[in-house]
Structures are given as structure tokens and as C-alpha cells.
Design a protein around this ligand. Structure first.
Ligand code: ASP
Length: 332
């Protein structure tokens, strides 16, 4: 049976938040300390905003992750095949208030546009240039354009691809995911979940992944739990692991077992290196699971100290404290 790595249960209480910085091939990536700082700041921003309401707190958590510049969302988004930023984001609450934006280029924080869709529009998903025009009309902050890090990575990947021959593009693209962001929040018994991403590096312009789609990149159910996914969006749209995991919670399966079972099922359907997820139940118990090499997560709760760690496939986890002492190092 293919390997599933699980962390949890974390007994966080209410309010509580768990965030991730993307499942993928993190081994060999330098600057893991920066990444842990980024996920920690996302969790902190969410917890600090719970007084402003459920959706607002979730948006602040994800906006902090988008602003970090070291994760594949918002400012740090990876680039399409033709070298542009095109982002997806979405969110929902347990009252089935949901919104997503796909293939947008204008907003610095696509999650703020998704929240507008959830609150104000009679639609769930809007995409492309019209969504960008809406962001501009709303006065949302403009995206600064590709980050230096994203441009360097794009040039390197394009050169690698050129050396390997053009026909390898389709195969290569599905290895180039990771460091997307997601969050699940519990506040006063209410649940909400979100995802935001630059997508998959070198993706076809106009490609839309799982992250803006409720029931794919994220899902919540009142009185049960919430989930956010990361990995190869095409498999997540087809397999709907978040819906499956929340359904298991509804049947009384403990959070860490539900997370494990959802990733195991996904691995059976689509193979390894396809999925990571974070799951939070209505009692404030959380777990993370993945079938990839690594996934950074952070959590905070009324009943627990803030925590940030890189979940590694081998089961070896480096704790918060260690990476603080040695930022910039690769704990793998
Ligand atoms: N799920 C994202 C997408 O396919 C990528 C990721 O999670 O890293 O767009």
C-alpha cells in the first residue's frame, strides 16, 4: 500500500485554525525556515481576526499567506508556460456561502475577490478578464507582477524543458506543483475553509485547478468539519478528497483517521505524489495528511500553543523551534 503520512490529532479547541503551505517535493528546497515563518504568520493572522467574523478571519489568514512571497499564491505565484501570473482562489463557510475566482491576474490577494463573490454575487465562480475588471472596479490592490523568485524558477524550468525536448511538457507540468496555500478555521462553532494558488508551474494559460472550486480544493459542513486540499488540481477535481474526508467525519471517524483514509483513497485512484490535506472537525481537533514528499503546516487554537512544522514523508518532522534556530537551512 502506498505511503500516507499523517500528523495529528491536534486538540486545538475553539477558536482554532490550521493552514498549509502546499504539498509537494519540498526536499532539497532551501529556505524552509522562511516557509515555516510564512505559514505561522498565516495562522496568527487568522486567529487574531476571529473577532471580526468567520469569513473575515479566514480571508486575513489566506491574505497573509498570499503576501508572504515565499509560497505559490498571490505575490509568490508561479508562472504559466508563457511567463505570466494567473491565480485561482476560493472559500466557503458552513452556511454554504461560497465564492471562487479563476485565472485572475489583477488582484494581489485573489482571496479578497473570492470573498466578494461569496458575499455579494449570486454566483459561485467567476473567471478571467471579467473577474480582473471586477477586482479593479472594487479597488482591490493590484498584483505587483511576477516575483524575482518566480521568474528565476520559470527561466530555469523553461531551459530544462528545452533541453528535454518540447514533447515532455505535458509530463513535466504535473510534477511542478506545490507550495499552494490553504486554511480551515473554527470560530464559535462555525467552520470555513479556503485555498489560493498560482497553480502549477508552466501550466497552459487559462488552466483552472481545484483551488477556486468548492467541493474540490476545500469543503465544509455545519457541525461536522472542514478541509483544504493541495496537490495536482486535476486529480483533486476528479477525486473530491475534501468531500470524502468530511463525509467520514460525519460518520464519526476520528479526524486523523479520516485524513489518512481520504489520502489513501486518493493514492489508490491517482497514485502517489498527488495530494495533501488539512482537516479540522467541529470540536477543534485537526490533522494533516499527504502522499507527497513534504507539506508545511501551522496551527493555533484556544487550547494549544502555536505550532509550525514541515511534515516529511519519512515521518520525520522538524519542529518549529529547530527551524527558528537555523532559518534558511533545509531540514530534509
Ligand atoms: N492544487 C493546486 C493546483 O493544482 C496546486 C497545489 O496545490 O500546489 O492548482
Amino acid at each position: 500500500m502506498a505511503e500516507v503520512t499523517v500528523h495529528g490529532p491536534l486538540r486545538l479547541g475553539d477558536p482554532a485554525i490550521i493552514v498549509h503551505g502546499g504539498a509537494g517535493g519540498w526536499r532539497g528546497v532551501s529556505g524552509t525556515g522562511e516557509v515555516l515563518e510564512a505559514v505561522r504568520s498565516g495562522a496568527r493572522a487568522g486567529m487574531a481576526s476571529t473577532g471580526r467574523g468567520l469569513l473575515e478571519a479566514l480571508v486575513e489568514a489566506v491574505a497573509a499567506l498570499e503576501d508572504s512571497g515565499v509560497l505559490n499564491a498571490g505575490v509568490g505565484s508561479v508562472l504559466t508556460y508563457d511567463g505570466r501570473v494567473e491565480m485561482d482562489a476560493g472559500l466557503m463557510t458552513d452556511s454554504m456561502e461560497a465564492g471562487g475566482v479563476a485565472a485572475v491576474t489583477y488582484p494581489r490577494n485573489p482571496i479578497r475577490l473570492a470573498a466578494y463573490v461569496a458575499r455579494e454575487l449570486p454566483h459561485v465562480l467567476i473567471a478571467g478578464p471579467a473577474a480582473d475588471r471586477l477586482a479593479e472596479r472594487l479597488g482591490l490592490e493590484k498584483h505587483p507582477g511576477p516575483s524575482r523568485r518566480a521568474l528565476e524558477r520559470w527561466r530555469m524550468l523553461r531551459e530544462e524543458l528545452a533541453r528535454g525536448g518540447g514533447s515532455s511538457w505535458a509530463r513535466a507540468v504535473h510534477r511542478l506543483y506545490g507550495d499552494t496555500v490553504g486554511a480551515v478555521l473554527l470560530s464559535r462553532g462555525r467552520l470555513a475553509a479556503a485555498a489560493s494558488t498560482g497553480g502549477i508551474a508552466l501550466k497552459h494559460p487559462g488552466r483552472v485547478g481545484d483551488s477556486p472550486v468548492p467541493g474540490a480544493g476545500f469543503y465544509v459542513e455545519k457541525g461536522v468539519g472542514g478541509c483544504a486540499a493541495t496537490g495536482i488540481g486535476e486529480t483533486i477535481i476528479l477525486g473530491r478528497p475534501c468531500v470524502y474526508a468530511v463525509e467520514l467525519l460525519a460518520q464519526g471517524v476520528p479526524v486523523e483517521e479520516a485524513a489518512r483514509a481520504a489520502v489513501a483513497r486518493h493514492t489508490r485512484l491517482f497514485g502517489p505524489d498527488t495530494l495533501g490535506l488539512i482537516l479540522l472537525d467541529h470540536s477543534g481537533a485537526a490533522a494533516a495528511a499527504m502522499n507527497t514528499q513534504g507539506m508545511p503546516i501551522a496551527a493555533e487554537g484556544e487550547r494549544s500553543e502555536p505550532l509550525a512544522l514541515m511534515l516529511w514523508r519519512s515521518g520525520g518532522e522538524r519542529k518549529d523551534k529547530e527551524s527558528r534556530r537555523d532559518p534558511g537551512s533545509d531540514p530534509g
